[in-house]
Design a protein around this ligand. Structure first.
Ligand code: GLU
Length: 487
């Protein structure tokens, strides 16, 4: 049996959810659900300088709109182990600050970390010099050379300082499910700051401690984090932690294969939702970027994605965000919605009353013709408002106005005489009109063209049957009469 995977997404609250964060979250989610494990959300907000008001709430709201919910909350038992309360959480690092300090103390005690008193100015100068002489910018360990007495005194005097890790000599190697073996010379690594002068842990310290405390089995994240991972592995070894399975997922790309950027399109999940993509379609689209379970189709249910997810099949190359494909996919999902579901989906995007049965039917018909929910506002105009067409528009190109008039009068009588229950179902209306055409040996074009124009007022629109079904008898007759009047 597979061991249940414990996965986590650890976004920093920047004010929106990056589409790449959603992709990693989905891979985390698939993996955890497939193995009966847990998906954890951890908000990494220890960088006080970058805090954005309301950003955490907005991130969580987006997860919840998408239905991607965390399975565990922030409850630590007295002995430091986790309680498994699925209904609480998620974890928020700024609420866990006391947890990190003892680990920093351990590292200091072991000689694996040291205080650094260097001022910002000195560090900037040092880096500029290193750049000028073409060296990799890296802390020069000036403070590691300080004598113990001096360090003790400066600490006792309350001098501002940070704590840095002391990168050992040698090599660091880790396995990555997507990238294979990654190996670095430790001499290329910087003595990373672990604790800032304000006493807050840095990302590197907090991520290592939290992944351990939360018993994370698989660390999935964007490939831009690869340079940080060796430092984390070193810290894990220093602290005696198990090293999790790593998978660094490739970047998302614009259509021209450049790194996904705001300039070329949206990068925020919220923008996609606002543009009228259904959560399920967005999940299908984003959850298959760089990973297609079978390669022979595009549309997968969430359960299929969970069942078929395979981390080792995630492509190494960047995944291109093809918005046309997303539009197409959204339409596939729209087509599957029932009457009530369409109305609910449309509600935030239209100003009309979506609970009105006529509007509901109009939305239901038009969902087949649109790609995004925002298009509903325009799509329902022919049902709510109507410009009576002129004679030329009503007349089919293979016929004339006199015939159009005769046909409209004929079909009008048929509609007027038909029972109310034909409006119960779109196919009843369609069957009735088709039977009328057949019985009277009429031509489809001669009848249906003028009928459709009379009902919609438009050259291009849904079918006449759909209009009849949406508008109902009374409104349909009114529009047909108006058309007859101009012929
Ligand atoms: N807080 C990091 C971020 O904003 C998390 C990286 C990781 O998953 O370790 O992406």
């Amino acid at each position: 049996m597979t061991t249940p995977a414990r996965t986590r997404i650890a976004p920093s609250p920047t004010g929106y959810m990056h589409i790449g964060t959603l992709r990693t979250s989905l891979f985390d989610y698939f993996l955890s659900k497939q193995t009966g494990g847990k998906f954890i959300i951890r908000i990494e907000d220890t960088d006080q300088e970058r805090l954005v008001e309301g950003a955490t709430e907005s991130l969580l709201a987006t997860f919840s709109k998408l239905g991607i919910l965390h399975d565990e909350g922030p409850f630590l038992q007295d002995d430091g182990s986790l309680t498994q309360k699925g209904d609480v959480g998620p974890y928020i690092q700024s609420e866990r600050l006391d947890i990190y300090r003892p680990y920093v103390e351990t590292l200091l005690g072991q000689g694996d970390a040291y205080p650094c008193f260097c001022s910002r100015e000195r560090l900037t100068e040092m880096r500029e010099e290193q750049r000028a002489t073409k060296q990799t910018p890296k802390y020069d360990r000036a403070c590691l050379a300080l004598g113990q007495d001096e360090v003790t005194k400066r600490l006792a005097d309350g001098e501002a300082h940070v704590i840095r890790m002391k990168v050992p000599e040698g090599q660091t190697v880790f396995e990555d499910v997507v990238r294979g073996t990654v190996s670095v010379n430790n001499s290329d690594l910087d003595d990373q700051v672990l604790m800032k002068s304000d006493g807050f842990p840095t990302y590197h310290m907090a991520v290592v401690v939290d992944d351990n405390l939360m018993a994370i089995s698989h660390v999935l994240r964007g490939e831009e984090w690869i340079p940080s991972t060796p430092k984390h592995v070193i810290l894990m070894n220093m602290l005696g932690f198990d090293v999790p399975t790593f998978a660094h997922v490739p970047l998302l790309l614009n259509a021209d294969k450049t790194k996904l950027s705001k300039r070329q399109g949206d990068v925020a999940v919220e923008d996609y939702l606002e543009k009228g993509y259904l959560p399920a379609a967005l999940i299908n689209f984003v959850g298959t970027l760089g990973f297609n379970p079978t390669g022979d189709r595009e549309v997968y249910t969430l359960q299929e994605l969970i069942d078929m997810f395979d981390l080792s099949k995630v492509k190494k190359s960047g995944a291109v965000m093809n918005i046309e494909k997303l539009d197409w996919m959204n339409q596939q999902y729209l087509k599957e919605l029932g009457l009530d579901e369409v109305a609910e989906a449309a509600r935030p995007f239209v100003e009309v009353d979506v609970d009105d049965p006529m509007i509901m039917r109009a939305l239901f018909v038009e969902r087949e013709r649109i790609h995004r929910l925002t298009e509903f506002a325009e799509a329902i105009v022919p049902y709510t408002g109507y410009d009576a067409p002129d004679a030329e528009t009503i007349t089919w190109k293979k016929s004339d106005a006199a015939d159009a008039k005769v046909q409209l009068e004929g079909v009008r009588a048929e509609i007027a005489g038909a029972p109310d229950d034909i409006y119960e179902n779109l196919s009843y209306v369609e069957d009735r009109i088709k039977a009328y055409i057949e019985k009277n040996e009429l031509s489809n074009g001669n009848v249906l063209w003028p009928l459709r124009i009379a009902l919609s007022g438009l050259q291009k629109s849904a079918s006449p049957f759909e209009f009849l079904w949406v508008l109902g008898r009374e409104e349909s007759l009114k529009r047909i009469d108006q058309a007859i009047a101009v012929l």
